[in-house]
Design a protein around this ligand. Structure first.
Ligand code: GLP
Length: 249
């Protein structure tokens, strides 16, 4: 079952999601031995959510001291210090500004010598902490979740993936529009990793470029052809969108 919440603007939607996450953390009353576990995405959609979470933290409305995070994906071959790596993004937009403990942050290592081993141990670490209280994500124009491109199976787990041309094109805006700089491979949690390990899945869908895929996500048959349709196959799945993304509903 998927529930859709539409806000007028991206910022309003993002503020709602940040407040929802803060409320859930506070209700849960996490401790060192009972942490709140949160799955996190990168991209332009979560940016305002992180901004609002930092504001809530600064206003002392929430603490991340006993929050454990797992990021969804990372490019292969980028140093954490590269400003396009997802490591860099997460520290810049969230982790540097809150009281999260370094040991509680998990991000796939895109520089690992053995990617298979890296993905397997990430998946095992997730299993240790499951169920997550919330897994937050976004969608790509063709419906990818994390880097689960078209064709990704419902039972897919954390693995190395080859990026589609459309994803490379879409993400080149972050690489000065230079396609040759966009990595071709990434490490990504699978569809099953997200859906089968979390009590709640929140998906951010903002902007007119997502109008078509939002319609398909909600109305097309559930299949690997549009990985985001699998979001309907979770008992507590919430899509938060803005009015532009609703244009084709
Ligand atoms: C990338 C990320 C995804 C993200 C998607 C959409 O491909 N790997 O996790 O959901 O982009 O990004 P945006 O929110 O910028 O549209």
């Amino acid at each position: 079952m998927v529930q859709l919440i539409a806000y007028q603007s991206k910022d309003q939607g993002a503020a709602f999601v940040a407040e929802h996450i803060a409320e859930k953390i506070n209700e849960f009353q996490p401790t060192e031995s009972k942490p709140f576990v949160l799955g996190l995405p990168t991209g332009s959609s979560p940016e305002p959510v992180y901004k609002h979470l930092v504001e809530l933290y600064n206003d002392k409305k929430v603490s991340f001291k006993n929050v454990v995070t797992f990021n969804m994906d990372e490019y292969c071959g980028l140093e954490p210090s590269n400003d396009q790596s997802y490591h860099y993004f997460m520290y810049k937009n969230l982790f540097n500004h809150i009281d999260i403990q370094e040991k509680n942050i998990h991000i796939l290592n895109g520089l690992a010598d053995d990617f298979e081993k890296e993905c397997q141990s990430y998946q095992e670490e997730i299993a240790k902490y499951a169920p997550f209280q919330i897994f937050m994500g976004g969608v790509g124009a063709k419906g990818h979740i994390a880097f689960n491109e078209v064709g990704s199976a419902r039972d897919s787990q954390t693995r190395k993936v080859e990026l589609e041309e459309s994803t490379i094109n879409a993400n080149s805006r972050f690489f000065n529009d230079d396609l040759s700089k966009v990595p071709r491979y990434a490490l990504s949690v699978g569809i099953s990793t997200v859906l089968d390990n979390s009590k709640e899945v929140i998906t951010l869908v903002f902007g007119s470029s997502k109008a078509q895929i939002l319609n398909k996500t909600l109305n097309s048959p559930i299949s690997s052809d549009i990985p985001s349709t699998f979001l309907r196959d979770h008992k507590n799945s919430l899509i938060v969108c803005d009015s532009e993304a609703c244009a084709e509903l």
